[in-house]
Design a protein around this ligand. Structure first.
Ligand code: G4P
Length: 280
């Protein structure tokens, strides 16, 4: 399976990120817990090298818990702060405030020595498309959070959300661009919906997913769609179309629709908690 990828429109996003990163103390990087490496853009390490770093394993509810724990340990070993979260339901969000303070302890200490007291930590949320940045900001900020508006010294037009007396969050997330040199990474990004389906062949994607699921999670598709996993991926896709009554022109099986339905089921957790990659 081959992807076409046009990084051109990401140039603007990168420029914006370079500007915004100057204003903050802490980078809150969201990754998809089902594929925490594939859904990172390693350029953020260079962009955020002077900053405190927190990685959030978002959509932790969609990934296997034992692998969530393994990934948390993996990132912590690399010197990042790391929290498992479910931005949609709010899981893990409570512990974040304390971790933010911890992650910025040096900066707070430095401020204190220079006589600057109670200057809030400034943070920005970053991540590739579809990892849950907007959902996270909305859940964390909640209804009560007031936008602080422009302040002296802050680039005109920037909006900060005051989370509490210690933390302010830039209200628009930094969009990172998916990055992959090898097709297996591209495939994981396509599975989690970070590469737009429009540029993909959805049937091929569905068949790749069937191959993955039958190999790593045998029984899941058989149980969900009543298919035989012993058959090849195309037969399985037809089986899903049959099971879900995906038809065109009255009686022909619509494998395109079946593939879209399969990916939707996976992306929304209806196939259970599945992890796409494991730490080494
Ligand atoms: P982005 O800003 O990074 O592009 O992502 P966004 O917040 O738009 O979230 C992308 C999708 O992921 C949304 O689903 C959102 O609800 C879902 N999502 C975000 N965080 C979590 C999480 O922790 N767990 C789960 N299960 N889902 C999460 P959608 O289908 O596009 O929209 P909606 O129908 O859910 O509103």
């Amino acid at each position: 399976m081959h992807f076409q990828w046009y990084p051109g429109h990401m140039t603007k996003a990168k420029r914006m990120m370079q500007e915004n990163i100057k204003l903050i103390d802490l980078v809150i990087e969201l990754v998809d817990a089902r594929a925490p490496l594939a859904s990172r853009n390693p350029d953020i390490d260079e962009l955020g090298k002077q900053k405190s770093r927190l990685i959030l394993l978002n959509k932790a509810d969609l990934a296997e818990e034992r692998w969530n724990d393994a990934w948390k340990a993996y990132f912590e070993e690399q010197g990042f702060f790391c929290v498992k979260v479910n931005s949609k339901k709010g899981g893990g969000l409570k512990s974040i405030q304390a971790v933010i303070q911890e992650a910025c302890r040096e900066k707070i200490e430095r401020d204190r020595k220079r006589g600057i007291l109670n200057r809030p930590v400034r943070a920005m949320v970053v991540g590739i498309p579809n990892v849950g940045k907007s959902t996270f900001i909305n859940s964390l900020a909640g209804k009560a959070a007031a936008k602080t508006g422009n302040k002296p010294g802050v680039t005109k037009g920037k909006q900060w959300i005051r989370l509490n007396k210690n933390v302010e969050l830039l209200d628009t997330p930094g969009i990172l661009w998916p990055k992959f040199e090898d097709q297996s990474v591209g495939l994981k990004l396509a599975f989690i919906g970070s590469i737009k389906d429009e540029i993909l062949n959805i049937e091929e994607l569905g068949m790749e997913f069937i191959r993955f699921a039958c190999r790593e999670y045998p029984g899941v598709l058989a149980e969900k769609y009543g298919i035989s996993e012993a058959e090849d991926a195309y037969v399985c896709l037809n089986g899903i179309a049959e099971n879900r009554h995906c038809l065109v022109r009255g009686n022909e099986l619509d494998t395109e629709k079946a593939a879209a339905l399969l990916m939707d089921d996976f992306r929304n957790g209806r196939l259970g908690r599945l992890t796409l990659e494991y730490p080494v």
